[in-house]
Design a protein around this ligand. Structure first.
Ligand code: SF4
Length: 290
């Protein structure tokens, strides 16, 4: 049963633009997510294993967004809106509620650019609105070179269907996401892959990174970038339980890697990024959006 909630605000303005996703704003039309990925960082200290039980639709999101974008547009404070930064905007419940679609209508009306982050094929339903936004969005002056009002990024943590079933039990299969990316590209949009999170010792080998970059190349994706796994609170406990069950031989490595921080060491992250950059150069895929 999905709860219907009324929220006080809907548009988050960032103090600083996200350097990878390029968003100045973010918008989450739902609270939590039905895809239920084990590594999802919103499980954090609060939700742990009960994330799907707290799912709620922010029923007044489009009305609030209308008011907020009216003010921002008047002051010409244009910037990419990330849809979404911490939930899946095209999760199954969106088929019924269409709240994400209503928010896109408002975004189109006020001519804001949008960066869609998704794992879902339901995004194809909204290509008509993306066409409008792509044509008429006003970009912030320092991002005009992008010359696109819509960016669509598909997130993947592996291309292996079995591994995906363990870590992303409710999400569309990687193959389905890639087919959706292909359709979005064929429709003429700027789209790429966020290989986030790369799963240490499970999907971070040179071969796996290269396979992802080559796949992006074959699908004519505009960019690929990688990001390390973040684990904290209840989410970390759940992830470790899954490792213990499915990859017991990796448990001690994980404990070492996440001993001091919520993320792998800087050295691990530096090496991951270097590998990804090198492979992108080798296969002539852009390593980031700009
Ligand atoms: S799709 Fe994204 S928001 Fe939803 S559970 Fe997975 S990681 Fe979390």
């Amino acid at each position: 049963m999905v709860k219907e909630i009324y929220v006080k605000s809907i548009l988050n303005k960032h103090r600083k633009r996200d350097e990878w996703f390029l968003d100045d704003y973010s918008l989450n039309p739902y609270k939590l997510c039905q895809f239920n990925c084990i590594y999802c960082y919103i499980r954090g200290s609060k939700y742990g294993e009960s994330m799907d039980k707290e799912l709620a639709v922010k029923i007044n999101a489009p009305t609030l967004l209308e008011k907020e974008l009216f003010k921002r547009a008047k002051r010409k404070e244009y910037g990419f809106i990330a849809l979404s930064s911490s939930i899946e905007p095209w999760q199954p419940v969106e088929e019924k509620y269409r709240i994400t679609r209503s928010c896109l209508e408002v975004i189109s009306k006020f001519r804001f650019p949008v960066h869609c982050l998704t794992k879902s094929e339901l995004i194809l339903r909204d290509l008509d609105l993306f066409e409008e936004i792509d044509k008429k969005a006003v970009l912030p002056p320092d991002l005009r070179a992008i010359s696109r009002g819509v960016l669509i990024t598909f997130s993947l943590s592996t291309l292996d269907e079995q591994i995906a079933r363990i870590f992303e039990p409710g999400a569309p299969k990687p193959k389905k996401r890639l087919e959706t990316l292909q359709k979005v590209k064929e429709a003429g949009f700027c789209a790429g892959i966020a290989y986030i999170p790369v799963l240490p010792f499970i999907s971070d080998s040179e071969e796996q990174l290269e396979e992802m970059v080559k796949t992006a190349r074959e699908l004519n994706a505009d960019y690929v970038f990688v990001g390390a796994l973040t684990l904290h609170g209840e989410g970390k406990k759940l992830y470790f339980k899954v490792i213990e069950r499915h990859f017991p031989e990796l448990l001690s490595e994980y404990k070492k890697l996440f001993k001091a921080y919520n993320q792998p060491s800087r050295n691990y992250q530096r090496k991951l990024e270097e590998k990804a950059k090198r492979l992108c150069e080798m296969h002539r895929v852009k390593y980031r959006i700009t």
